[in-house]
Design a protein. Sequence first.
Length: 285
Amino acid sequence: MEKEYIKSPMNYIGNKYRVMGQIQKWFPRSIDTMVDLFCGGCDVTINTDAGVHYANDINYHVIDIFREFQKHSADEILAYIDETIERWHLSRTDAEAYRLFRDHYNTGKKPLDLYILMCFSFNYQFRFNENHAYNNPFGKDRSSFTASMRANLLKAWDKLAGVQFTSGPFQCFDFGVLKQGDFLYADPPYLITCGSYNDGKRGFTGWTEKEERELYDILTDLDKAGIRFALSNVLEHNGETNEILLQWYKDHHYHLHQIQVSYQNSNYHAKKSTNVTKEILITNA
Ligand SMILES: C[S@@+](CC[C@H](N)C(=O)[O-])C[C@H]1O[C@@H](n2cnc3c(N)ncnc32)[C@H](O)[C@@H]1O
């Protein structure tokens, strides 16, 4: 029987929920310590069994929400969400209520308020301006704290409870927590596609060839130390190839696995043969 996966309550852009089975197939069977170096909405962390979990992301706003989840029971969190939605009259249709609540968040900066705000925002995105003020627009007629997000939060809460979170650039992570046989999963921004979190315009540094090469150097060193890794990435996109990635995995004889992604509304794009995104997973064992 297919394993049932838990969906993160974040609806995080670029999350790996839909391809979880395909990537987990190549993860080690038994993991003592696992690091999710670019954890985003933590979909991979909460669906991977390990003795100890570390999860890191440069976006400390998101990490602060997870840390806040850990400080309260699931019931307390849900009660706070329900009360806040009621007090601020948040709904799928009231743009003014959203704007007022966004101002309120940007003044108080409470992580749970950011979670609620994100639930009513356009495409559930964490977008900030240069001054780290949340500036994502209202998700009119589309976004709200849905029954499935509530159920996801309840299920994910248990899994998040023991995770050790850090928020910083991946180069600053303490890789000393990993010993021989442990496992690191890396799902960085993809150099040749654009996500709103890697353009460097959201108050965080962008993703360039420099970061790309630094990450591969770290993964090569981990491999030498007997640590297993899996790297998600995009090798080809709209006719462009990530040559740095191609060269690196070939030089080291790592294993490449194709990941099938079904994009919704892709009929138009499918007609153009250059509009192909080749998602892959690279593993060292
Ligand atoms: C593709 S997303 C990860 C999605 C995640 N696997 C999931 O399932 O939700 C990439 C993540 O890398 C983070 N990121 C970008 N630059 C980073 C950096 N220099 N160091 C650490 N994290 C970074 C972004 O904030 C984003 O959350």
